[in-house]
Every structure is written in structure tokens, then in C-alpha cells.
Write a protein that binds this ligand. Structure first.
Ligand code: DLL
Length: 430
């Protein structure tokens, strides 16, 4: 029944043969886009030049800046009429980048996620509550169609509205969830406040965590609070979304869907491969994407390959849990943003002085951002009503930029500590 899952039975040799063939097709397809037509010509490579996986190195790297520069259509490799959906994600300069999908792209994406769900025992008997944001964020729709493909009763719960989430879990007997790690702890906390014990009063037995970095300890705390097994799932909008790599029952590393993606780990400074098993930046090449093939995309995510074969038998290589990023992107409740976005908003407000600081905390198991802002000296702290207006304006503009609510704390000039070297703009206390 689940034909798409057969790829998880392939041997190393079969996987690599498939990769070479698909890489060649991908380069040919990519060359249909304006961006790669130019980039491939500059690098002096074409599809015919690809005869082994080593030839990957001859292909140009692709960055978020390339995506931005190619907006809106420069990376599209098919006629626009074949595109059936786009997702959109923000970036440093506020110019968001779009990712396009054909119908086939969406089907393969759902299959990638469904494979991971199947691998840890999810079946059509399950009630799957997808507690990730629906919309432009890929966590919602990315798992939604996978749940339906497996035949699960799929509840598009989206994120937030915790009381209703818990009520639905109780009424429908939810057995599987997909949830942000930070939100998973919050929901457990909420249950306890309401006198419920998720282990006893909910039927959730499996969950998928993803969308933001989290530690092994955090996972254990979530498992303990829910009385369920949680599996790590990695992805990024540029590569469809969730499902690029997922954990198996062993919960030890994430198997890359190597029939759909080639993963490299490079030294972010030299852009050369790191020695086997060492940490570096994950660089991904799509192998089956039609609308928007991406060659050697620099994810900025730091991880390493786990060199030993996985006892589960799946021969797709595993990535270790992600340890951070090589840029300053922050993730709060699954939403990606850069400190520079905050700075740009603040510096556009005349009352704001030169110093500010972003403080990230965890309160009641939920991540919060407080922006501390020094005002210019001429604004008196005696005029409380005026201060409140300024504070509200800053909060509103930040919310419009970041798409989540931010706490704003106004400070008198010279209140924030001045550091000797680089300004400390972010204090992450989570
Ligand atoms: O977060 C896609 C996703 C949704 C993955 C739900 C898994 C589950 P973006 O919003 O484009 O896409 O953010 C991608 O989030 O480059 C990582 O820095 C981070 N990230 C995603 N999953 C993980 C994870 C989605 N499991 C960025 N561990 C990525 C660590 C993760 N970081």
C-alpha cells in the first residue's frame, strides 16, 4: 500500500546510483531558471558533466541572498501555470523569499513526511492532531497531507488556543501530535494547571518535534511530561519544509531522505567538506523538485553525519541533532527572525535612542521576547501617558514586522550596559 516507503529499503549502492541520475536531471531542470542558467554558465558546468557524486563539487553554491535577489521568479524552472502553491518565509532584510511547488512537488513532500511517520509506527488507526501553524509556515500543511496520505484522522488544529487543543485531544482521543518543542512543554504545563495529567488523561503516544533547535534533555522532559515518544524532524521552507530528515524508532539521529536530497557537510568558512563525522554547515541539493530545484543550498544549520550504520536497517545517512546556526538567525515559537529586523524597526522610530537589547526567556514553558529600548534623552520619564503611547507604537511595529507579540520595556538613556567589543544585542536565557 505504501509504495513511497520502499525507498527506505534501498541499499547504499542503490541510493547513490539514484542520486547521480537524479542530480543530472536536476541540473538540467535548474538550467531552465534564470538564476541557474547564469550561475551554471559562470561555473562552466552543465548536466552532461555530471557522471558521479563527486561532480557535485563543481556546482555553484546557493545562498539565501541568491534567493532574495532572484525574487520573484528568477528561480522558477517551470512555466508559472504549473505552480500550484507557494510558501513564503522572512529573512534578514525583511524581503521574504518564496518557494514554489508543482502538484508533483507537493505529492513528494507529503511522501517524505509520511515515510517518517510510518517508520515510527503511525497508521490509519491513528488520530493525528497537527499543532503547527497553518499558512505560510510549512509546519502545518507539510504534515497535514502526510497524515491524510497515511489515512490518519487528521486534525488541522494549527498552533495556539491551548484550551481548545487539549479539549480536542480529549474528545477525539488524539494519539499522535506534531508540535513545536517549546509549545509541547507549554501544553503540558497548561494541562497540569487545569488538574489534568497528560500521561493519564490524554491518549497521545507519539509526537513529532521540529521547526526549532532543541536539546536531547528538552526532548526527555517533553516525553516525561506527555508519557509519549517524541521524534525529531528537520526541514526548512527552502527544501519544502518538514521531512528533509527524520528520526526513526532508535531516536538517534535523523535519516535524510537521500532519494530526494543530497546532503553535504561543509566548513562554513572554507566551504570545503569537513572530515567524516565532524561538525559543519549542512548544504542541501534537491533531487526531485520540479518548480524550484536548488543546488547546494547553504542552510546555515550546524550538524554532523553519524558515520555508523543505523541498527534500524534504513541505509539513508543520519544527521546528528542540530547544534546551532552559523548566522544570527533566532527562532521563537517556530518563527524565524534576525536581530537586524528588530533594529530596523527601532531605528525608524524617532523617539528611540541608540541602544537596545533583545532578551529571550522561557516563561511557563513558553518562549518570550522582551525588547529593551533606550529612549532619547529629550523624552521625559515623567510623562507616563506619552511613554505608554511610544511603547505601544514600538510593540505594534515590531509585531507587524515579526508576526508575533513582543514585550517592550522602555529605559532611560545609558541604562543598558555598554560592552567593550561588539555590542551584545541578544541575551538568550532560554
Ligand atoms: O521550520 C520547517 C519545519 C517545520 C521543520 C516543522 C520541522 C517541523 P523554516 O521556517 O524555513 O522551516 O525554518 C527552518 O528552522 O533552517 C533550522 O534552523 C530550524 N529547524 C527546523 N527544524 C529543526 C530541527 C521550518 N528539528 C529552520 N532542529 C532551519 C533544529 C530546526 N532546527
Amino acid at each position: 500500500m505504501y509504495d513511497f516507503a520502499q525507498a527506505d529499503q534501498l541499499s547504499r549502492q542503490e541510493i547513490e546510483a539514484l542520486q547521480v541520475m537524479r542530480l543530472r536531471e536536476t541540473v538540467a531542470r535548474a538550467a531552465q531558471s534564470e538564476h541557474y542558467r547564469r550561475a551554471l554558465a559562470e561555473a562552466g558546468v552543465s548536466a552532461e558533466a555530471i557522471s558521479s557524486l563527486d561532480d557535485l563539487r563543481r556546482l555553484p553554491l546557493t545562498t539565501k541572498e541568491d534567493l532574495r535577489a532572484a525574487m520573484p521568479w528568477g528561480l522558477l524552472a517551470v512555466p508559472r501555470s504549473e505552480v500550484v502553491r507557494l510558501h513564503y518565509s522572512s529573512g534578514t532584510t525583511g524581503i521574504a523569499t518564496a518557494v514554489y511547488h508543482t502538484r508533483g512537488d507537493l505529492e513528494r513532500w507529503a511522501e517524505c513526511v509520511a515515510r517518517g511517520m510510518l517508520a515510527v509506527g503511525v497508521t490509519r488507526e491513528d488520530v493525528f492532531q497537527n499543532m503547527m501553524g497553518y499558512g505560510l509556515f510549512t509546519g502545518g500543511l507539510g504534515f497535514h497531507y502526510a497524515g491524510e496520505l497515511l489515512g490518519c484522522l487528521t486534525i488541522p488544529a494549527s498552533s495556539g488556543a491551548t484550551a481548545r487543543q487539549v479539549q480536542m485531544m480529549q474528545v477525539f482521543g488524539t494519539t499522535v501530535v506534531h508540535i513545536l518543542p517549546s509549545y509541547a512543554l507549554h501544553v503540558a504545563h497548561y494541562c497540569r494547571q487545569e488538574g489534568l495529567d497528560p500521561r493519564r488523561d490524554l491518549q497521545v503516544r507519539r509526537g513529532f518535534l521540529g521547526g526549532e533547535p532543541h536539546t536531547e534533555d528538552l526532548r526527555r522532559r517533553i516525553e516525561e511530561a506527555w508519557g509519549a515518544r517524541f521524534y525529531n524532524c528537520y526541514g526548512l521552507s527552502e527544501m519544502c519544509g518538514p521531512g528533509v530528515a527524520m528520526e526513526c524508532l532508535r531516536q538517534n539521529g535523523l535519516h535524510v531522505r537521500e532519494d530526494h536530497y543530497i546532503a553535504e557537510i561543509l566548513d562554513p568558512r572554507t566551504q570545503q567538506p569537513v572530515p567524516p563525522g565532524e561538525e559543519g554547515e549542512l548544504v542541501l541539493t534537491t533531487l526531485t523538485r520540479e518548480a524550484m530545484p536548488l543546488l547546494r543550498y547553504r542552510t546555515r544549520d550546524i550538524t554532523r553525519f553519524l558515520p555508523e550504520p543505523c541498527p534500524c536497517g534504513n541505509q539513508h545517512r543520519r544527521l546528528a541533532r542540530f547544534s546551532g546556526r552559523s548566522d544570527d538567525m533566532l527562532i521563537l515559537r517556530g518563527v524565524n527572525f534576525y536581530p537586524m529586523q528588530v533594529e530596523r524597526v527601532l531605528m525608524g522610530i524617532p523617539e528611540v535612542g541608540d541602544n537596545y537589547c533583545l532578551v529571550l526567556t522561557r516563561e511557563e514553558e513558553l518562549d518570550c521576547l522582551t525588547v529593551q529600548v533606550e529612549l532619547r534623552p529629550q523624552y521625559s520619564f515623567d510623562d507616563l501617558r506619552r511613554l505608554e503611547r511610544i511603547r505601544e507604537r514600538i510593540a505594534e511595529e515590531l509585531r507587524a514586522e515579526l508576526l508575533f507579540r513582543v514585550r517592550v520595556q522602555l529605559l532611560e538613556p545609558h541604562h543598558l550596559p555598554v560592552s567593550e567589543g561588539k555590542a551584545v544585542r541578544v541575551i538568550d536565557k532560554r
